[in-house]
Design a protein around this ligand. Structure first.
Ligand SMILES: Cc1cc2nc3c(=O)[nH]c(=O)nc-3n(C[C@H](O)[C@H](O)[C@H](O)COP(=O)(O)O)c2cc1C
Length: 193
């Protein structure tokens, strides 16, 4: 039997009532049949210190293991000061090191994000795409799931209530699965990273 398709979902917020963590939870209910999302929480990862990259903390070792185990990655990012939050960038940096041992190398990915503003994390998402060039990741382009005015699209319990947003997320996940199957095992370049 084929191994079930596995997406690793990473939200760039630690906040208890985070809209982005809520959007990631919603995504687990919107997956194509026969596929699953496993959520990796970023709390407890210390600030990156290159002195420690040969001997990373256990949580980073586990993050890298789970990235490698997954068929594809789903990032759900808030926008902080027009970019991705430090906790997400920090996790990305840890998992990209040491040189020649980046867990991101060759991974297909999708991005979405939720903001209480109207722009819906667009600027943060484009920064994340830019990082993926150097990480040699393969993000799908569309749909661009930018959830603006998030406070109107989730209820007080953090359930996604907006049907249009659900449709976008469903389409994003379906495209990610199809894209990953289509590109197969992407080429991994050994380069400075
Ligand atoms: C440090 C900080 C910077 C922020 N900068 C932006 C921003 O540049 N653009 C934006 O749309 N919202 C910004 N916000 C508001 C976030 O969209 C809002 O706090 C959102 O709920 C964060 O995501 P979360 O709910 O998943 O924690 C910022 C919030 C914080 C705490």
């Amino acid at each position: 039997m084929n191994k079930p398709f596995l997406i690793l979902g990473i939200a760039g917020s630690l906040r208890r009532e985070s809209y982005n963590r809520a959007a990631l939870r919603a995504a687990t209910q919107l997956m194509p049949e026969g596929t699953t999302i496993k959520i990796f929480e970023l709390d407890g990862i210390p600030g990156f210190n290159q002195d420690e990259e040969q001997n990373p903390p256990p949580k980073v070792v586990e993050l890298k293991r789970q990235i490698r185990e997954a068929d594809a990655i789903l990032f759900v990012t808030p926008e902080y000061n027009y970019s991705v939050p430090g906790v997400l960038k920090n996790a990305i940096d840890w998992a990209s090191r040491p040189y020649g041992d980046s867990a991101w190398n060759g991974k297909p990915a999708a991005i979405m994000g939720a903001s209480i503003g109207t722009i819906g994390t667009a600027r943060a998402q484009y920064h994340l795409r830019q990082m993926m060039v150097f990480l040699n990741m393969f993000p799908i382009n569309q749909p661009e799931v930018m959830i603006g005015n998030a406070q109107e699209r989730f209820d007080a319990q953090g359930n996604l209530t907006d049907d249009a947003t659900k449709d976008f997320i469903r389409q994003l996940l379906q495209n990610l699965v199809e894209w990953t199957r289509r590109i197969g095992e992407p080429q991994k370049f050994e380069k400075l990273q």
